[in-house]
Design a protein around this ligand. Structure first.
Ligand code: CMP
Length: 139
């Protein structure tokens, strides 16, 4: 089925001017960019977005990183978009990521791993709503 998923191009990638190369990977996989904006997240925004991880030992580090530089938040649309995006991103830890994936090619570490993508339909819907109004999504 046609799905929408939420994506973040993270600070390590925007800082190294990799936005276009990462978007090309999405588009080459058949994902369409139906919403996109470059933002500098506030601490409150990042803490809210990652609230599910707030008890994890890396939470502080994760939030500091996500607000360290601008990010690009996007909505990607396509056939099985959630799984397809996860395939294109590769494993969370770049050391485990398959050849040709975004994280294999660009990520620096498990924390500075270049992209975020939703893991399920419910989280995709929540994450899209966290950053985009309906009228900002143009399919
Ligand atoms: P993301 O998909 O954005 O969701 C949670 C993030 O936490 C994950 O990507 C990783 O970048 C980050 N993360 C997971 N494990 C660690 C870790 N051990 N140290 C730092 N960051 C981590």
């Amino acid at each position: 089925a046609i799905q929408r998923t939420f994506s973040i191009i993270k600070p390590d990638a925007t800082k190294r001017n990799l936005t276009g190369k990462i978007i090309a990977k999405f588009e080459d996989a058949g994902l369409r960019i139906v919403a996109s904006k470059r933002i500098h997240m506030t601490r409150e925004q990042a803490e809210g977005f990652y609230a599910v991880h707030k008890e994890r030992p890396f939470f502080g580090e994760l939030v500091d990183f996500m607000i360290s530089e601008p990010v690009v938040v996007q909505v990607l649309e396509g056939e099985d978009a959630i799984a397809k995006n996860r395939e294109v991103m590769g494993a969370t830890n770049p050391a485990d990521a398959a050849p040709g994936t975004i994280r294999k090619e660009f990520a620096l570490s498990i924390g500075e791993n270049s992209v975020h993508g939703s893991d399920a339909p419910e989280t995709a819907a929540e994450e899209i709503k966290y950053f985009f109004k309906d009228e900002e999504i143009v399919g």
